[in-house]
Write a protein that binds this ligand. Structure first.
Ligand code: PEP
Ligand code: MN
Length: 340
């Protein structure tokens, strides 16, 4: 809290709280006065004035758009539209994210072998798609599950990228992985489980590499926006957001895809917004309609997992598309007329 504006925001919040407390107290007194008047037989309809004053005060303080505009908390978030009205477009080599065309980020859940990654990258290249994903440091629920190939996986990714011209993206889970990963990949991914890892956000924020930030498992949109703010406040403006589904009571999908987050994030921030149809749904047969919904809602791109042989995948075997399914998915998206 050493920034002047952060201190001012704290003071501002404090004043708001005091005003609310006073208004509540005033409302309570209004009732008391009415009761007293009733007891003494004074006409019920004698205006006490409190209610009206409160509405006027409320209207002035909270509903007047001009008054709202002056709220520093809103105006000063670096991720906000108020701070920067134009869309942020992220140029990574020959890929442009957040610009006039949609971006498809595809690739396996985890990098397993050179052959596996090359097969997917070649399919993507043939389809005119150029952002390849693949995990090398995998955040697995069980410590006994495949944890990813680590640096070895990133080396494979770089080789495949050099061969196919892919722009690459891979997850890092700790600040200690930043320097190693930076040597091999083009975009850092901060996964859902680390959206609240503030040390990681600050450390990635101190690099100039583009970063794709995933929404936390149970993060509100506001928390998601503040997590992105950590990156920008630390000096990195190359930030993309991705909705990947949130935890609800619903069991028929892996997570609940919050489509409403897309227009809200587009409205509230100037950052590119993508939608991960794999981890949000966990169901191959609804990925296409969900991707269409995402594009219709204004998303700048889609993330989807693809594996040459999903049945034997070392992670997320159930939900990765095989090559044919991926081609059908792409065709469906193109046929929809929503994909540009
Ligand atoms: C991933 O994209 O590889 C991943 C682990 O997703 P999430 O962080 O959204 O669970
Ligand atoms: Mn996965």
């Amino acid at each position: 809290m050493n920034d002047k504006w952060q201190q001012l925001i704290m003071q501002w919040d404090g004043i708001n709280q005091q005003l609310l407390d006073l208004m509540n107290e005033r409302a309570r007194m209004a009732t008391e006065i009415m009761q007293e008047k009733q007891k003494q037989g004074i006409a019920k309809d004698t205006p006490v004035g409190n209610q009206q004053l409160l509405s006027e005060l409320a209207a002035h303080t909270f509903a007047n758009p001009k008054a709202n505009k002056e709220a520093p908390a809103e105006r000063q978030l670096l991720v906000s539209r108020q701070y920067k009205s134009e869309d942020t477009i992220i140029q990574v080599k020959h890929a442009e994210i957040g610009g006039s065309s949609h971006t498809i980020v595809a690739g396996p859940c985890a990098i397993e072998s050179r052959e596996q990654l090359l097969t997917v990258a070649t399919t993507m290249k043939n389809a005119g798609i150029n952002v390849l994903r693949g995990g090398a440091f995998k955040p697995r629920t069980s410590p006994y599950d495949f944890q990813g190939l680590g640096e070895e996986g990133l080396k494979i990714m770089k080789e495949v990228a050099d061969e196919t011209g892919m722009v690459t993206i891979s997850e890092i889970m700790s600040p200690a992985q930043i320097d190693t990963a930076a040597r091999y990949i083009d975009i850092f991914q901060i996964g859902a489980r680390n959206m609240h890892n503030f040390d990681l956000l600050r450390a990635v924020g101190q690099t100039q590499k583009p970063v794709l930030l995933k929404r936390g498992l149970s993060a509100t949109i506001e928390e998601f926006i503040y997590a992105a703010e950590y990156l920008l406040a630390s000096g990195n403006s190359q930030v993309m957001l991705i909705e990947r589904g949130i935890r609800t009571y619903e069991k028929w999908t892996r997570n609940t895809l919050d489509i409403s987050a897309v227009p809200i994030l587009k409205q509230e921030t100037h950052l590119p917004v993508l939608v991960d149809v794999t981890h949000s749904t966990g169901r191959k047969e609804i990925m296409l309609p969900c991707a269409k919904a995402a594009l219709a809602a204004g998303a700048d791109g889609i993330m989807i997992e693809v594996h040459p042989n999903p049945q034997v995948a070392l992670s997320d075997a159930k939900q990765q598309l095989n090559i044919n399914e991926f081609n059908t998915f792409l065709q469906g998206l193109r046929d929809s007329g929503l994909y540009r």
